[in-house]
Every structure is written in structure tokens, then in C-alpha cells.
Write a protein that binds this ligand. Structure first.
Ligand code: CA
Length: 309
């Protein structure tokens, strides 16, 4: 790489000083803000020990966790970042026997299962091709990706003689990742292997090919490998090594990585350098009663999915 100018050096130093600590700042800010939020929003008769009251309290604490995570995520995601998952245990803030954990996952680091039927301008389903390559990298039969496509597509014709893939198929988009377990061939072991690298994102189901991005700075090794048939483990590892020093900000920088020059223009999936889609899981427990709220949010604070259990 050509010598970096002073500005660039400065930029890197600034990143190291600032963005490298962004998650820490996020945690501290959420901790502080949660206490304030809690004091304002939650008024529960604490003398009551009933399960109902505990559940209500847990629900409100989880909701507070959601609100604040989304708010601070909006700020944090303005920077280039290489973290793809963070779990924040928030203890002691709501008194004894009360616990809150917040998990933030980068959805743009993963392949969206609901995108595998999207066609590009040439009519190719490259998300599906990428999913097959992902399975290959994980030593899983790549044909299982076709079974998933059959499960989602509206017709009842099994692909390439993949028998049983249309039996009791949902024939529409998935609502949760767990639904994959219903598909023939996806047993507990397969699910465990694939689930860290895939997501089910509801809002990106019927949009076009270019709206579903993979963040090159946060995608894990098997997801990077899924981006092209020629993306070897060594090459994907070089991307990871590079971004550990300094996040990648442009396609030009990505091309500078040895072996990437030819691939950048022909990757299966469009790529990004910052993430815009996240899943937040807030888990609150009050006297052994737990409430979990999951949501998909984007950086414009739009909630695309919300589930409480
Ligand atoms: Ca089908």
C-alpha cells in the first residue's frame, strides 16, 4: 500500500482512540441512561410480590433496554465498526433479584434467508448461490440451501429432485430463524452450525438485489467466503486481518488487499462498510420471571420487527 498521508494516520489514530472504544462507551451510556429511564418510566407497586407485577416490571425494563439500545445504536453506527455482536449484562441497577441483559447483533454481517429468492438484473438468485457457498464452507450439503428456497418459494415444485423439500412447505418468508428446523435435512447440528451466519430479516424480503448488503467490516469468515466461489479461507482471513488494523471504508481499500482486486467487481452480494440493520434482544428478569423482547431496527430507528415473550 502506498504511504499513508498524515491525514490518514490521524484518521487511524482517531479511530483507535474513538471507535475502538465505541462499544465500551455504548455500554456505559446505556447503563447510566437505563437508570434514569427506569426512574421515569416504571412506577410499580414494589410492595407487591405477585408474578403479574414482576412480569410487568420485567416487561418495562426490557422495553427500556430496547429503546435505549436503539437510540444509542443510531449514534454508534455512524462510525466504521468491526464489532458484529455485543452482549451487555446490566446487573444490580434495578435492585436484587432483577437482571437485564441486552444483546445487539449486526444483521448486515449475516446472510438474510428471506433474500435468497431475490433476482438481480440478469435474473440470477445470487443470495441463494452465496448461501450454498456458505454451506459448503461449513461442510454442510449445499443442496440444503435449495431446500430452504423450496420452503420459501410460492410454488410446490421441488428443485433439482430434492425430494421432500416441498412437503408441508410454508411457501412464504420466514418469521424466525427457528422455523428452519421444520425443513427436512436441517437437524439440530446443522442448525447450530449455520445459525451464527444467517438472519431472518423481515423488511428485506421483496426489495431489490442492491438493498441487501453484507458489511465487509463485520461479516465473519464463512460469510466473507460465501461472497464468491474464488473467495478462499486465506483470502477471507486477509480481509479480517486488514480490518482489525483499520476498518475498510471504500471499495478501493478492499481492492488493495492481496487477491481482492479481481473479485471486488464480481462479488455475489452487494457490500457495505457500515451496518444499518440490527437485532436487539433485551432480556429482563424480576424475581425469576423473565420477559424477552426482540426487535429488528435500522439506523433510522425504524422498527421492522418486535416480539415479546
Ligand atoms: Ca415452495
Amino acid at each position: 500500500m502506498k504511504g499513508r498521508g498524515q491525514t490518514e494516520d490521524k484518521k487511524i489514530r482517531r479511530w483507535e482512540d474513538g471507535s475502538a472504544l465505541i462499544i465500551t462507551v455504548l455500554i456505559v451510556t446505556i447503563l447510566v441512561a437505563l437508570v434514569v429511564e427506569f426512574a421515569y418510566e416504571v412506577y410499580i407497586d414494589t410492595s407487591s410480590l405477585s408474578n403479574w407485577a414482576n412480569a410487568q416490571k420485567a416487561s418495562l425494563i426490557a422495553k427500556s433496554g430496547q429503546t435505549l439500545s436503539a437510540k444509542y445504536l443510531e449514534e454508534a453506527s455512524k462510525n466504521y465498526n468491526t464489532e458484529n455482536e455485543v452482549e451487555l449484562p446490566v446487573e444490580r441497577d434495578f435492585g436484587p433479584d432483577t437482571k437485564l441483559t441486552i444483546k445487539i447483533e449486526d444483521a448486515d454481517a449475516k446472510i438474510n434467508i428471506n433474500s435468497i429468492l431475490i433476482e438481480n438484473l440478469k435474473g440470477e438468485t445470487l443470495h441463494l448461490t452465496a448461501l450454498q457457498k456458505l454451506f459448503e464452507s461449513l461442510n454442510i450439503n449445499p443442496k440444503l440451501a435449495l431446500a430452504i428456497a423450496d420452503w420459501i418459494d410460492t410454488n410446490s415444485e421441488p428443485r433439482e429432485g430434492f425430494s421432500g423439500s416441498e412437503d408441508n412447505a410454508k411457501n412464504t418468508y420466514l418469521s424466525t430463524l427457528d422455523e428452519l428446523k421444520l425443513i427436512k435435512g436441517i437437524d439440530k447440528d446443522v442448525f447450530k452450525k449455520i445459525s451464527p451466519y444467517i438472519t431472518v430479516h423481515e423488511d428485506r424480503t421483496r426489495v431489490n438485489h442492491f438493498d441487501t448488503l453484507i458489511n465487509i467490516n463485520t461479516a465473519k469468515l464463512p460469510v466473507l467466503m460465501s461472497l464468491h466461489k474464488d473467495m478462499t479461507e486465506a483470502l477471507a482471513q486477509r480481509i479480517i486481518d486488514y480490518r482489525e488494523t483499520s476498518p475498510i471504508e471504500t471499495k478501493g481499500q478492499l481492492s488493495n488487499i492481496n487477491g481482492m482486486k479481481e473479485l471486488v467487481a464480481v462479488l455475489y452480494l452487494p457490500i457495505s462498510f457500515k451496518s444499518s440493520n440490527f437485532r436487539i434482544t433485551a432480556r429482563a428478569t424480576v424475581n425469576e420471571i423473565t420477559r424477552i423482547i426482540e426487535s429488528d431496527v435500522d439506523t433510522s430507528m425504524r422498527i421492522q420487527f418486535w416480539r415479546e415473550e
